[in-house]
Design a protein around this ligand. Structure first.
Ligand SMILES: [Zn+2]
Length: 127
């Protein structure tokens, strides 16, 4: 199986993650992604996520038992969507696609996709 190079985000999920990022700013929002290898369908916000402490604080024991979890999403309170070292450690534990949003959270250009190793994945919008 080759490395994932490209994935689509359903428009509703895209608008949701952008809106939540704007709403919680300057705190960070974190969630899990549901979908398939081709399409990110929806975002689950994890109960107990402590916004603002960075991404590594998501309590993994809270992860719902759901085999369609494909990865994670979180926002950065700035204009840099490169993953931190803590982000990269987390990526390796949960799923195969990870999104980071940066300010101003206005569209797909403010979102970067990464695989579990931190390699960029190209993003597109469906719908
Ligand atoms: Zn981060």
């Amino acid at each position: 199986m080759g490395r994932l190079k490209r994935i689509l985000i359903r428009r509703e999920a895209l608008e949701f993650m952008l809106g939540v990022s704007r709403e919680v700013y300057p705190k960070e929002f974190s969630g899990l992604l549901r979908g398939t290898k081709e399409l990110i369908v929806e975002v689950l916000i994890i109960p107990g996520t402590r916004a603002g402490d960075g991404f590594a604080t998501i309590p993994l024991y809270m992860k719902p038992i759901d085999y369609s979890i494909i990865g994670s999403v979180h926002s950065h309170p700035g204009r840099d969507f490169r993953p931190s070292k803590a982000d990269l450690r987390f990526f390796g534990k949960t799923g195969f696609v990870h999104l980071i949003l940066k300010q101003p959270y206005s569209g797909i250009q403010d979102i970067a996709g990464y695989d579990a190793h931190g390699n960029r994945i190209e993003l597109g919008v469906q719908g």
